[in-house]
Design a binder for this molecule. Structure first.
Ligand code: UDP
Ligand code: MG
Length: 319
């Protein structure tokens, strides 16, 4: 029987984990012919989340727990869970019950049909404020404009990935990461399912605006060198434009005489020209920095305090 891993990042979800566990049990109990493991990653919660998880792990050996030594963020928690998984497919799902486990049978059906990534699209979120919606629209628009990766808007981290995708995922080393961005970047055969988000039952959505902004910036800088190249482009435009102006001025001085453009205009235009050149050089340097930025990062991505119900004793954080 095929093993399917469900990975759940949890930060301050003491009320939600056991509820989610119950719902997962209902769903997985209704699907025959698969074995399951639930990998909860406790992302340094300061509440009773770990206690709840330890309790679940004691009564059910399917439940495996990775306990982070501090809060590393959802993207890294997801990565750790996926890294530790041993299933033929891995399903990632939020702990806050906003992702309906009832979609899992359909995901598996699609996977059995040969799709290697089954992503989900959240149709509407009553909870999201206008500002969040606007921010999300702008973000996806910006990403579409400047990056090579095609990101479908409103997709969520609730997705199934095949073991093949997991294998590739394990080789990815960047630290400022965005889970779904990386999965999208890889390609593979993809299918989308839709769902409507349930309202959060307990606890707060813990991604603050500040964190979301950081995530957006991270994903922009890690999937696109555009911001770095911007200086270069600007420089190019300024150089061409002022070069053109300079030629016009120079020529007209010869042809029409010196009365038409004051000497100061010549100074200004040649200054602008030089500023353009400087920016181009900055852009070039930025390209090199971009390469370095892609290479340097090599600290363990997360620190594990404890692992429950894992058979392999050793833990090797992603590098
Ligand atoms: N989460 C986490 N670490 C964090 C923040 C969140 O593991 O630092 C988990 C959280 O427990 C939940 C999921 O990530 O299972 C999504 O979090 P949230 O509901 O705050 O995000 P949103 O639904 O707004 O994307
Ligand atoms: Mg949520």
């Amino acid at each position: 029987m095929k093993l399917i891993s469900i990975v759940i990042p949890a930060y301050m979800e003491e009320k939600n984990v056991s509820r989610l566990y119950k719902r997962l049990e209902e769903v997985t109990g209704s699907i025959k012919n698969y074995r399951w493991e639930y990998i909860f990653v406790n992302d340094g919660s300061r509440d009773g989340t770990f206690m709840e998880l330890a309790y679940l792990a004691k009564s059910d050996s399917k439940v495996k727990v990775i306990d982070f030594a501090r809060n590393f963020g959802k993207e890294i928690a997801l990565s750790a869970g996926v890294e530790a998984s041993s299933g033929e497919a891995v399903i990632t799902i939020d702990a806050d019950l906003q992702h309906p486990p009832t979609l899992i049978p359909l995901m598996i059906e699609k996977w059995e049909q040969g799709f290697e990534v089954v992503a989900t699209i959240r149709k509407e979120t009553e909870q999201k404020t206008r500002l969040r919606q606007l921010a999300s629209i702008i973000y996806y628009w910006l990403m579409a404009m400047i990056s090579d990766v095609r990101m479908v808007s409103q997709t969520t981290d609730f997705r199934l990935i095949d073991k093949k995708v997991v294998e590739v995922f394990r080789t990815i080393t960047e630290r400022s990461r965005m889970y779904r961005g990386i999965i999208d970047w890889m390609g593979f055969k993809k299918e989308f399912l839709e769902f409507t988000a349930d309202a959060r039952t307990d606890g707060q959505p813990v991604y603050s605006y500040k964190q979301l902004f950081k995530l957006a910036i991270n994903s922009i800088t890690s999937f696109s060198l555009f911001p770095l190249k911007l200086a270069g482009f600007l420089g190019l435009i300024i150089t061409i434009f002022s070069g053109f102006l300079f030629t016009v001025i120079a020529v007209s001085r010869f042809v029409l005489g010196s009365g038409y453009f004051s000497p100061i205009s010549i100074v200004v235009v040649s200054n602008t020209f030089l500023a353009g050149i400087t920016l181009i050089c900055l852009g070039l340097i930025a390209l090199y920095i971009g390469n370095i930025h892609n290479e340097v990062i090599n600290r363990p991505m997360y620190i594990v305090r404890e692992r429950l119900n894992f058979n392999d004793k050793e833990e090797k954080p992603l590098r």
